[in-house]
Design a protein around this ligand. Structure first.
Ligand code: AQP
Length: 342
């Protein structure tokens, strides 16, 4: 078989599992929005089926799905240029996910650190879906033969698993290059935005205290308060990043500043060398307000017309299905399913 040439196609998704954080914005949405200009075909998904791996109140799930759609658009995503849809409206995800459940080995799943972190001591009580999540994520990506997956550092292991699943499928069924080997794109200073209260813990939607995170919908006052109260240490900022090695909270705030202002962390430390927190924190908070508040204002306006958001998702789902369905049909044929009912 000649080597397949796969289109430079990006796929990524975000769970509508609650209010979006600055981590979701800097680690995902802001980067997603920049990719169409870089010559990629882009497919972005509101992964509602991943959200229900932990309990979601049904009406809140609908609200979070529309709010995430609004966040993508308010951050600059053009739904005519990128495909934007919610996962459950394209059945190829679940169908390919089942096939991948039968390709993936239990031993591979047992190595997934995010499951261990999320399940904690409760592993016996969490859903089977939470355990199988990475196999559905592989289906999300490979149903489109996507070649690039922009994600935060926390998702790297899942993209690597996707590569293993693709390779095993291609090998087991002797279809070299049918599924591509997608590349994780993990770039920039916001690969892992940390909690404002503990610089060793990821900033998460579901973190216990609201003061740990900045939400995309926080008011200016709330953003200012959260940065003011953010945990730091008594030292001023040094003149190089190496000196922040054992100061995770300080490093996190420098990285957030860099990501918000589109400069490197080195440039931030050069500008603020020797600065006390009393100078740096208000500058950071003002910067965050100037970037986030215009977005949350646009989000609120979009949320005033949920029917229009639903229409955008429906149109996106049609475009997504037009790509995924032929790939799924070919996969079924490769697996040996009889397809006599059209
Ligand atoms: N703190 C973060 N720093 C950088 N990137 C992040 N992402 C999430 N948090 C950070 C990136 O956002 C994308 C979507 O993530 P998700 O919402 O689907 O899943 P998640 O990583 O499990 O996000 P949360 O906020 O931690 O959700 P909950 O608390 O509901 O589990 C991914 O690309 C992720 O890397």
């Amino acid at each position: 078989m000649t080597e397949a040439v796969h289109t430079r196609r990006v796929f990524s998704g975000i769970k509508p599992s609650g209010g979006l954080t600055l981590g979701n914005y800097l680690g995902a949405i802001k980067r997603f929005v920049a990719l169409p200009e870089q010559g990629f075909e882009t497919i972005y998904c509101v992964v509602d089926m991943h959200a229900i791996t932990v309990w979601q109140d049904p009406s809140e799930l609908k609200h979070a799905t529309r709010e995430l759609t609004a966040a993508y658009i308010a951050s600059g995503l053009d739904p005519d240029q990128s495909i934007l849809f919610n996962q459950s409206q394209v059945s190829a995800h679940a169908e390919l996910g089942w096939i991948f459940n039968c390709v993936t080995r239990v031993g591979w799943m047992n190595r997934m650190t995010q499951f261990k972190d999320k399940a904690g001591k409760n592993a016996e009580k969490v859903s089977l879906g939470l355990y199988a999540y990475p196999s559905l994520m592989a289906a999300d990506i490979l149903a489109y033969h996507a070649t690039h997956v922009p994600v935060g550092e926390d998702q790297k292991q899942h993209v690597e698993l996707t590569r293993d699943i693709a390779a095993k499928f291609n090998n087991d069924f002797k279809v070299p290059d049918f599924f591509p080997q997608p590349e994780p794109m993990i770039e920039g200073p916001a690969k892992r935005v940390m909690s404002l209260r503990d610089g060793t813990k990821k900033m998460s939607k579901s973190g216990e205290s609201d003061m740990e995170r900045v939400n995309m919908t926080d008011s200016a006052e709330r953003i200012l308060k959260k940065f003011k109260k953010a945990k730091t240490d008594p030292e001023p900022l040094p003149d190089n990043l190496d000196a922040l090695k054992d100061r995770p909270e300080a490093r996190n705030l420098v990285d957030i500043y860099a990501a918000l202002s589109d400069v490197s962390s080195e440039a931030v430390i050069a500008e603020y060398a020797g600065a006390q927190w009393g100078r740096f924190k208000p500058a950071l908070a003002d910067l965050a307000v100037s970037k986030l508040v215009p977005i949350s204002t646009r989000m609120a306006a979009l949320m005033d017309d949920p029917a229009e958001l639903d229409r955008i998702l429906a149109k996106g789902a049609d475009k997504a299905a037009a790509i995924a369905e032929p790939i799924l049909a070919k996969t079924y044929d490769i697996v040996g399913f009889v397809r006599s009912h059209q």
